[in-house]
Design a protein around this ligand. Structure first.
Ligand code: PAF
Length: 284
């Protein structure tokens, strides 16, 4: 595996593969890799000739009081995991490489960027789309892989790709869960053993919504209430949002659920903010 730290070197490496007619699959990450990331790497491996992964903890997507400084950075471990997956290119740039001094250009997807996580983390999605646009320009992938756990991020990136005509196919991998149902996240390492159990309330809230929906409940207000009641039974959880929204626009669903609907939840357990979601598919 070739580890590359500059955009210039990455352009040359990719140009070589392109000249040889190879397709490039790209998995952007912030490192601290878990099985969710590795499932995306494996999907890229199965569908593309060359797999490129980036590890970059992107400062512009963190708010001033968020966990940028303490975000886990186990680079050696991540490097070994990617090597074991047969990844060809690892892009691990510095902050200075990705944000040259006096850079004042940002990418903002108006609309969905202000919803869900974008509402509670102002500027978060502007940071995500800015860095992903830069990474797409550097790696020029044929396909890029993202996890469904970050469903709002997926909606925002899909719209950016459509709006800015990026010639890249976005592939979304399913949520990968621990044996007890907790969605895998690099932030799970912050949880104490007790908080780890309390965190299961996110999955329970989604289960309650799914159960009601499968029994025929299609009123979003009632479904929202089911999730709310489940969270209320776990006092350690501070709910940020429970939302039933259109999977593309992230606009709230009003009236009865007719189209695939994203039910997304976010909550803090101690200082750790966790997210999870499910998609409700109405029967025809
Ligand atoms: O999902 C992530 O890990 C990040 O938001 C991403 C897409 C790598 C951009 O920094």
């Amino acid at each position: 595996m070739l580890t590359i730290t500059t955009a210039h070197q990455m352009h040359s490496a990719v140009a070589g593969f392109r000249k040889a007619g190879r397709t490039i699959g790209f998995v952007p990450t912030m490192g601290a890799l878990h099985d969710g990331h590795l499932s995306l790497v494996r999907a890229a491996r199965a569908q593309c000739d060359i797999v490129a992964v980036s590890i970059f903890v992107n400062p512009t997507q963190f708010g001033p009081t968020e966990d940028l400084a303490k975000y886990p950075r186990p680079f050696e471990r991540d490097h070994a995991l990617l090597e074991a997956e047969g990844v060809e290119l690892l892009f691990a740039p510095s902050v200075e490489e990705m944000y040259p001094a006096r850079a004042t250009t940002f990418v903002n997807v108006e609309g969905p960027s202000e919803r869900l996580d974008g509402k509670s983390r102002p500027g978060h999605f502007r940071g995500v789309t800015t860095v992903v646009a830069k990474l797409f320009n550097i790696v020029t992938p044929d396909r890029a892989y993202f996890g469904q756990k970050d469903a709002a991020q997926v909606a925002v990136i899909r719209k950016m790709v459509r709006d800015l005509l990026f010639p890249v196919e976005i592939i979304v991998g399913p949520i990968v869960r621990e044996a007890d149902g907790l969605a895998m996240s690099s932030r799970n390492v912050y949880l104490s053993p007790e908080q780890r159990k309390q965190a299961l309330v996110l999955r329970r809230a989604l289960d309650a919504v799914e159960e009601a929906f499968c029994s025929g409940q299609v009123d979003p207000t009632v479904l929202h209430e089911r999730a709310h009641q489940t969270f209320a039974a776990e006092p350690a959880a501070v709910v940020d949002y429970i939302e039933l929204v259109d999977t593309d626009t992230l606009e709230p669903i009003t009236g009865r659920i007719k189209l695939p609907t994203l039910c997304a939840v976010a909550a803090k357990i101690g200082n750790t903010r966790l997210i999870d979601n499910t998609v409700l598919h109405p029967r025809k």
